[in-house]
Design a binder for this molecule. Structure first.
Ligand SMILES: [Zn+2]
Length: 261
């Protein structure tokens, strides 16, 4: 008979409560007193991070490690608006206009970084955030049709009902030269309509990024785009090149080229 392997000792993570989540505070007047242990909140944050769909790289993005390497004032504004939204979220989420935040602007200015910084801060506050990449997310979603509609419906419901949804890179795709913006397929168009409509009427916040702003009307339709704008209110921050500016100047991936840092 083979000997049993040593039973692995289960590691206790919290010494304070032995992972029970509650702590005995003592007896007063014959009654037992218990209180929540601090580790309960920490465990909730860990669970939120795990289920957020954010990669480890994205989970590491914060307001502190965002760099305005171009020294451009507009990027400071971007950072400030994002930070204010995140730290004032409990009030922001109640706003009729502006319960959401949108980053519209050029490639490489750190839109995704700041979206992640907002998401990470919200999770620290115990808020559920689900990350959804516009391109890969829909690709993944539609690939599930082969496994029956049930899986698609599950993804759809998560996106519609989660506390905060982070949609990254709305409208990303190969530009159709005839219309000057990427083509959006009927399927994506309709999903976006249903998704934004549901979150709009249920007052559920969205964090979003896009290289486009008004072009979103052409791409997603006026109903969807205007709701997204309205939900973002004053928290819609835009950074686009103005006349006379060199394209690429604000792109951190080209920073060595422009300022030699
Ligand atoms: Zn504990």
């Amino acid at each position: 008979m083979k000997s049993e392997p040593y039973e692995k000792e289960k590691k206790v993570e919290c010494q304070s409560c032995q992972d029970k989540g509650i702590r005995f505070d003592g007896i007063r007047n014959g009654a037992e007193y218990w209180s929540d242990c601090e580790c309960k909140a920490i465990r909730r944050i860990k669970r939120l991070m795990k289920s957020s769909q954010l990669s480890d790289e994205f989970l590491s993005k914060s307001f502190e490690n965002y760099r305005n390497w171009a020294g451009d004032e507009r990027l400071d504004e971007l950072w400030k608006t994002a930070r204010k939204y995140a730290f004032d979220f409990e009030n922001m989420r109640k706003l009729e206009e502006g319960n959401s935040i949108g980053f519209a602007g050029e490639v490489g200015i750190g839109k995704t970084h700041l979206g992640c910084a907002v998401a990470n801060e919200l999770m620290k506050q115990g808020v559920q955030v689900v990350y959804f990449n516009f391109v890969n997310g829909f690709k993944e979603m539609f690939s599930q049709y082969d496994n029956g509609g049930l899986q698609v419906q599950k993804i759809r419901e998560t996106l519609q009902k989660c506390e905060v949804l982070f949609i990254d890179d709305i409208g990303k795709g190969r530009v159709n030269p005839q219309i000057g913006v990427p083509d959006i397929t009927r399927g994506v168009h309709d999903e976006m309509y249903g998704l934004i409509e549901h979150r709009y009427f249920n007052r559920l916040p969205i964090i979003w990024t896009s290289e486009y702003e008004l072009e979103l009307i052409t791409m997603l339709g006026e109903a969807t785009a205007s709701r997204l704008m309205e939900m973002s209110g004053k928290n819609l921050v835009k950074v686009f090149y103005e006349e006379g500016e060199t394209v690429g100047e604000l792109n951190y991936r080209l920073r060595h080229h422009f300022v030699g840092v």
